[in-house]
Design a protein around this ligand. Sequence first.
Ligand code: ADP
Length: 194
Amino acid sequence: MNMLNIVLFGPPGAGKGTQSAKLIEKYQLVHLSTGDIFRANIKGGTELGNLAKSFMDQGQLVPDEVTIRMLESEADKSPDAKGYIFDGFPRTPAQAKALDNFLATKNTSITMMLALEVEEEELKKRLLLRGQDSGRPDDKDPAIIQKRIDVYRNETEPVRDYYQAQNKYTGIDGIGSIDDIFSRLCDAIRSIAN
Ligand code: ADP
């Protein structure tokens, strides 16, 4: 099957959710955001939600095993997808390997990683601003925001090398208007996916 499977990568506050919404509309892809799925579980008061919340509120990653199992069962709900946008996943090299194995069982693979690049000061500004009206507890406290950025640097950035080693990595300037950044993403998809 010739699917378009994109890993949309970047630090907290890079704009992954905003750009995912535009990409799924344009390319008719299924959006899989682990952060959104965890938050839906928290809202629903599920066991998974309670577990995830204890990590998310501290700015820590939810354990790989739990996250991977959840992502796979969510992907399996859309077996006829033309492709997926993975947003906030994979966040560790172990998740990236699990994703490759999972897609291989479906006779498909990751097409490309698009990495939104935004420097730290701008991220902190955006997250605090989002915290004013998003209702996300992890966006309200500067210490938790710093923790998430540190976790990103230490645990998540190696995922970039994982895809770079497969020649699937493209960096995208994440500064500018939403539409400008969207055009950069579309240009990258056009030049790689064909
Ligand atoms: P952001 O990227 O803006 O921090 P997300 O909504 O992607 O927001 O993630 C929020 C929180 O959910 C993370 O800080 C983490 O605790 C948890 N989370 C999301 N995706 C994953 C993942 N793939 N692995 C582990 N934890 C995750």
